[in-house]
Ligand binder design. Sequence first.
Ligand code: ADP
Ligand code: MG
Length: 236
Amino acid sequence: DYKLEKAEEDRAKLQPEEFRKKYKINFSDLPISYNTIFGLEKRKFIKMTEIQRCTIPHILAGRDVLAASKTGSGKTLSYLVPLVERLYVQKWNPLDGLGAIIILPTRELATQVFEVFNSFTQNHDLSVGLIIGGKNVKYEKEHMKGMNVLICTPGRLLQHMDETPDFDCTNLQMLVIDEADLILDLGFKEHLNAILLNLPKSRQTILFSATLSKSIHELSKLSLKNAEHIFLHEVR
Ligand code: ADP
Ligand code: MG
């Protein structure tokens, strides 16, 4: 297509450094803070993967995004980087309360994302909570007030919405639903609907999935507004 041809033309014409900047190939080509870039570099995350190149600029621009790419393509940083950056730009602090919620289908996946989050955000001042079943719910309730980012499973998040007096999402900036196909496969559709009813409408919403289906599109209609659609590879 035209864009690809233009890029190939530019690759031949421009200095490698100029080309890299124009086509935003590295994380450091993005308009993001050094706090984030240095955190990523420490983990040896230098070049973006394709899904990261295609989605991060849209998410940074504040748009809703529905994105699908296969497992292992790098979806986690596709949303974590702009999420951290959005709160950083807004000078988010503990008094601002809950700024972002990330929903994953299982405890294991939520724990992995929690670890990725902590691995590159040491230069940032955000408090992040892992909210999954099987952990001490009383402890979570007592510490809910100071949390800026929650990484959670649908059931446990709903439990806090119902039971925790300190759960306050009125300032919420961003909602991420990751591994959305698996969330629906595991039967959490009603949980998601109930969660969406509890969240402020003014938020930015990001939906990531490894596969596409009618139910993913339904969920996207229910949760996203004027979304960018980014589908890579041979997604079903
Ligand atoms: P997905 O959610 O699409 O299945 P992940 O976000 O779990 O993919 O990433 C898959 C693997 O790729 C992880 O081991 C992660 O550390 C690695 N990875 C992600 N982004 C990059 C990158 N930009 N550079 C190098 N490795 C990366
Ligand atoms: Mg993933």
